[in-house]
Design a protein around this ligand. Structure first.
Ligand code: PLP
Length: 397
């Protein structure tokens, strides 16, 4: 291990991938595991998108693309931003990358310097703090529990800002909580940020299309902060395209240029075939997006109802994404067969071993009393999984 760079030894492995791997191991042993640890839609990529990719292969889109992405895709992204979000961007402000994950990492590496602080509301997506550490920045966590629907208040934001603050990472709809900031809440956060012109906002909107409030709201819509917001988005979640690896930023010109320069040195432009698929996603029939959203909303309603019947769990109703984040603190400290469950990760492990349901302990997301369940699975699996969890929790004393 000491052969590794200091930069790398500071990083932690992804807990969500670790849990998915454990569940696959049990499955390989023939155990019927219901996997609620995954972070991806269970739908196949829509047919017209797959057809566009096949055509791209036949049309010989097999050469390097421009580093920041094909011009037609960048133009389609600008048109999407205008039509869906009322946001004006030029193609030069768009950089297409190998998934929103790379987009985020590009931005963080481009703007965060050693010792600078990045405010990360907790519960957070596992990779944010790790990316900040990679950039030698300092993650500053602001905790918002279930009683405030896992959303930070303007006061909390203001209290966390120091002269060293470089950025705020705001994820809405959120992974892991499913919370969605309303327009009014975003306006209030923007109101605070107005007073601190050195603070940038990295707005992770990858779950934009999976929301149950109707219109997606972006903090970039507030003109007072607009030139300090980087929008992160992509096709992974909304178009069921996680494996295609296409994400993008819409950013102030200088940040877009920096990200393009950075990826020009370490990955080049993303897959040309996947870019043609993403172009079809944005320019083709949008009904697939609505159909998947409706299925997710039905499952959300189902899981909220079922989890609500388990004594001792605190459950809220998530307004987007496909995760639910019950507070299980009342089960911590309980035991089974002489073994005490100390942490949420212990509880997730107990649920995997006893109920054969894979979920992720909240510790990984900076929320030690909670677990994350993904409901991107069939209604039948959800019903069966929650019944099994209820039974397993009932055995704890
Ligand atoms: N941001 C959040 C909040 C996510 O949950 C994910 C995927 O899990 C990503 C970004 C990364 O998306 P992509 O698969 O496009 O890299």
């Amino acid at each position: 291990k000491d052969l590794l760079s200091v930069r790398l030894t500071a990083l932690s492995p992804s807990e969500t991938f670790a849990m998915a791997q454990k569940s696959n191991e049990l499955k390989a042993q023939g155990i019927d595991v219901i996997n609620m640890s995954v972070g991806e839609p269970d739908f196949n990529t829509p047919k017209h998108i797959k057809e566009a990719a096949k055509k791209a292969i036949d049309d010989n889109f097999s050469f390097y693309s421009p580093v920041a992405g094909f011009p037609d895709l960048k133009k389609a992204i600008c048109e999407k931003l205008q039509a869906e979000n009322e946001l004006e961007y030029t193609p030069a402000q768009i950089v297409v990358s190998g998934g929103a994950k790379q987009s985020l990492c590009n931005v963080i590496l481009s703007i965060v310097d050693k010792g600078e602080e990045v405010i990360i509301p907790a519960p957070y997506w596992v990779s944010y703090p790790e990316m900040v550490k990679l950039a030698e920045g300092t993650p500053v966590f602001v905790y918002a529990g279930i009683e405030q629907n896992f959303k930070i208040t303007p006061q909390q934001l203001e209290e966390a800002i120091t002269p060293k603050t470089k950025a705020l990472i705001l994820c809405s709809p959120s992974n892991p909580t499913g919370s969605v900031y309303t327009k009014e809440e975003l306006a209030a956060l923007a109101g605070v940020l107005e007073k601190y012109p050195q603070v940038y906002v990295i707005a992770d909107e990858i779950y934009e299309h999976i929301n149950y409030i109707g219109q997606h709201e972006s903090i970039a819509q507030f003109s007072t902060v607009r030139d300090r917001v980087v929008v992160i988005n992509g096709v992974s979640k909304g178009y069921a395209m996680t494996g295609w690896r296409i994400g993008w930023i819409a950013a102030p010109q200088w940040i877009a240029s920096a990200c393009s320069m950075l990826q020009g040195q370490y990955t080049s432009g993303p897959s040309s075939i996947s870019q043609k698929a993403a172009l079809a996603a944005y320019t083709g029939d949008q009904s697939c997006v609505g159909e998947m959203r409706i299925a997710f909303e039905r499952r959300r309603n189902l899981i909220v109802e079922l989890l609500g019947q388990i004594p001792g769990l605190k459950v809220n109703s998530p307004m987007g994404a496909f995760y639910i984040f019950p507070d299980c603190s009342s089960y911590l400290g309980r035991s089974y067969n002489g073994k005490t469950i100390q942490t949420a990760t212990d509880l997730a492990m107990y649920i995997l071993e006893e109920a054969h349901v894979a979920c992720v302990g909240g510790d990984a997301f900076g929320a030690p009393g909670c677990i994350r369940l993904s409901y991107a699975t069939s209604d039948e699996s959800i019903t069966e999984a929650i019944a099994r969890i209820k039974k397993a929790l009932g055995k704890l004393s």
